[in-house]
Design a protein around this ligand. Sequence first.
Ligand code: TRP
Length: 367
Amino acid sequence: MDKKERVILTGDRPTGRLHIGHYVGSLRTRVQIQNSGEFKKMYIMIADAQALTDNADNPEKIRQNLIEVALDYLSVGLDPSKITIFVQSMVPELTELTFYYANLVTVARLKRNPTVKTEIGMRGFESDIPVGFFTYPISQTSDITAFKATTVPAGEDQEPMLEQAREIVRKFNATYGEVLVEPEIMLPPNEASNRLPGIDGKAKMSKSLGNCIYLSDTEKDVKKKVMSMYTDPQHLQVSDPGHLEGNTVFTYLDAFCRPEHFAEFLPEYQNLDELKEHYTRGGLGDVKVKKFLNKILEEELHPIRERRAAYEKDIPAVFDILKKGCEDAREAAAQTLSEVRSAMKINYFDDEVLIAAEAAKYGNKAE
Ligand code: TRP
C-alpha cells in the first residue's frame, strides 16, 4: 500500500501517566509517521471507555488520567494541527458499532483471544468476568474500523486484537457487503522496543510494580532510576566478564541508542556492538554504561519535559484540543456508521426505495 494512503489509528487506556515503555513501543513511531507526512489521516484515541471495562468502580482514576495522557501525547510531539487526538467515550458512534459487531462474534471466540485470556488471569476475573471487559475486543474493533484504519501502531500484545478485528471485518463484509477495511498492526522497530522491561529487570514496566520511568519524571528522578537499574548480578568487579542477557541497561540501549550517540557522549567506542563486546569481555563497569544511558535518555526526555511544562500552563486549552478532536472523530465515525446502517438495511428513513415499495404493497397511490 502507498504509505501516503495509510489511515492510522491507535490509543491508550488512561489508567496512569505514560512511561518510556509506551514511548518506544508506540508513541515514538506515531510522531515519526506524523512528521514524515506519509499518511492520509491519523487518529490517536484516549480509550477511557475501554479503561472503564476493568475500572468500573473507579471512574475518578480514569477522569484524572485523561488529562495526564493528553499532556503526555502533546509533550512527545503529537501535533493537533496535523492529527486528531480524541476521547473514546465522546464518540458515541463507536458504541453503536460495537452493538452490531457483537452479533458477528461468538462467546467461544472471545474466550480464545489470548490477550483477554491473560488479562482475565491478571485481574482475577476467572469466575466473574464483567461482560464489558469480556467484549472489549469488539469495542476495539469499532475504534479501528470506524475510521477505516489501515494501520495500528501497537505492541505485539495487541496482535490478537487485530486478528479478531480482521475476522469481524471479513464477517461483516461477507454478510452485508464491502464496507469495512481490514487493519494491520505496525510493530515497534525491535524486540527491546516491543517489551521494555522495568528498571528492576522485571518482564514489563508497570505502574503496580513501581518500576517505570515516566515521560514526566524529572531529570533527577530519571538519573536516580537509571543508576539503580538491574544489570548483571554476577558482574561484581569491573574486570569481571559481564552478561548482556536480561541486562536491563543494555536492553534500554537497544531501544534508545543510535550510532551518533557515541560520537556525542562516548567517543571511545564506535557503536553499540563494540560497547557490548567490551562489557562481555570484562573491564567495563556498570556505572559508565549507566551514565551513557542516562545521557541518551536525557537528550530524548528533555524536550518532552519542556513541551509538557508549556502545555501544563494552559490546561483549558488542552481540553479544547480534545474537544475539537472529538468533533473531527465523530464526523468520520458517523460517515462509516451511516454506511454500516445502509449495508445492514437499518437505514429506513433515508431509503426512498423501501418507502415506495412498502407503499406500493399497500396500494398507496403515488403522488
Ligand atoms: N487496548 C489498548 C491498550 O490497552 C488501547 C486501545 C483501545 C487501542 N482501542 C484501541 C489500541 C484501538 C489500538 C487500537 O493500550
